[in-house]
Design a protein around this ligand. Structure first.
Ligand code: HEC
Ligand SMILES: [Cu+2]
Length: 359
């Protein structure tokens, strides 16, 4: 898009960034978003100049001394067609261009690496599948598509990284996703762009875009010991899910192996594709979509599992293939206290299983 003159483009962006009126372009999508942005500015400028020029010319040309009596104009089809068709074309160009960009921004590539982010008053908590937890920080490798699955624990928030030109609403009770691919290693600002209470302006963090080697080193150095799926496996046992969901012959619930991504038939005959949101909904609200062939005996876990716990369960079920073992962690999980590595305030819940909600 900026292939017209990469040199000129670089110059423009550098200059704007240098004067702190423009964030750097640090993702693959950024130049595309900027191209549309500059196009909008350009046509606005052209419109502005045309209108001002006409106001001034007409004011001079048709001033009172020259035209004491105004000449009535009956209308001109040509003129009206012109000022209808030209803006229509311009708006259609903006629409099609914007729609193409929108689809690009909101459809993650299938090989994207998934990281979970929980927003709450007033912090961002990121959870990597490997079990790394961070607060108001997110470490990512450059050159690799990253998909974030976002959810809020309380009110509406909005996850915005200007340098990547992405922004996504973070909503209580519903997973939303956003993806990006960072291009330049660096540290970039993360903002909440939804007014979410008194300390909203404190709800900021940093994205650390690192070279793949640095990222690997960080990943290895900051794991809390358990992957999300392993924590999920323990929670699955602690909450008694495995009393109904096991591959045994007398199981009361369906086998959950390979359920993620499959098409399930519901009681009303409809089919649903099992995704993250479906899994989360089923745990909290089993009657919402009852699966054909089973009695609706699954209890609700509303209020018993934290958002982090739900993420662990989702991640566990996602990774189940033929059996119920992610790793042999079940035996010792009851004996030793489990460190989930989330916010310090939450790791101290004594009598509860990891990931469950304090009552
Ligand atoms: C009392 C038995 C029971 C318990 C305990 C139970 N479930 Fe279920 N679960 C079922 C039954 C029966 C169904 C299918 C009918 C339905 O959807 O209500 C089901 C459906 C599901 C589904 C939908 C997928 C499918 O193939 O139908 C998921 C996911 C699930 N359960 C996860 C869990 C998790 C996670 C827990 C623990 C937090 C849990 N269940 C606890 C009985 C149970
Ligand atoms: Cu917020």
């Amino acid at each position: 898009m900026h292939s017209i003159s990469p040199v000129l483009w670089q110059f423009l962006i550098k200059w704007l960034t240098n004067f702190a009126i423009f964030p750097p372009e640090a993702s693959t999508i950024a130049p595309y978003a900027d191209a549309l942005y500059f196009f909008l500015i350009l046509i606005s400028l052209v419109g502005l100049i045309a209108v001002v020029a006409m106001v001034v010319t007409f004011a001079i040309r048709y001033r009172q001394e020259k035209n004491p009596v105004p000449t009535p104009i009956e209308g001109s089809t040509l003129l009206e067609a012109t000022w209808t068709i030209i803006p229509l074309i311009l708006f259609m160009v903006c629409f099609v261009w914007g729609a193409l960009l929108y689809f690009r921004i909101y459809s993650p590539p299938p090989n994207a690496m998934n990281i979970y982010v929980v927003g709450k008053q007033w912090m961002w908590k990121a959870e990597h599948p490997g079990g790394q937890h961070e607060i108001n920080a997110l470490h990512i490798p450059v050159g690799r598509p990253i998909q974030l699955t976002l959810i809020s624990q309380d009110v509406f928030h909005s996850f915005s990284v200007p340098a990547f030109r992405v922004k996504r609403e973070v909503i209580p009770g519903r997973y939303t996703t956003v993806w990006f691919e960072a291009t330049t290693p660096g540290v970039y600002h993360l903002f909440c762009t939804q007014y979410c209470g008194t300390l909203h302006s404190d709800m900021i963090g940093w994205i650390y875009a690192m070279s793949p080697q640095d990222y690997q080193a960080w990943e290895a150095g900051s794991t809390s010991g358990n992957s999300l799926a392993q924590s999920g496996e323990r929670l699955f046992a602690a909450l008694g899910c495995n009393s109904c969901h096991n591959s045994g012959p007398n199981a009361h619930g369906p086998n959950l192996a390979n359920v993620f991504g499959s098409h399930l038939q519901l009681k009303n005959g409809q089919f649903v594709t099992v995704d993250d949101a479906f899994l989360r909904d089923t745990i909290l609200n089993p009657t919402l979509h009852e699966v054909a062939g089973y009695a609706p005996i699954m209890p609700t876990y509303q209020g018993q599992v934290s958002e982090e716990g739900l993420i662990d369960l989702v991640e566990y079920i996602k990774r189940l293939d033929s059996q119920y073992r992610i790793e042999q962690t079940i035996e010792n999980s009851a004996a030793q206290p489990v460190q989930t590595g989330t916010a310090p305030a939450e790791t101290s819940a004594p009598a509860l299983a990891p990931g469950t909600v304090k009552q």
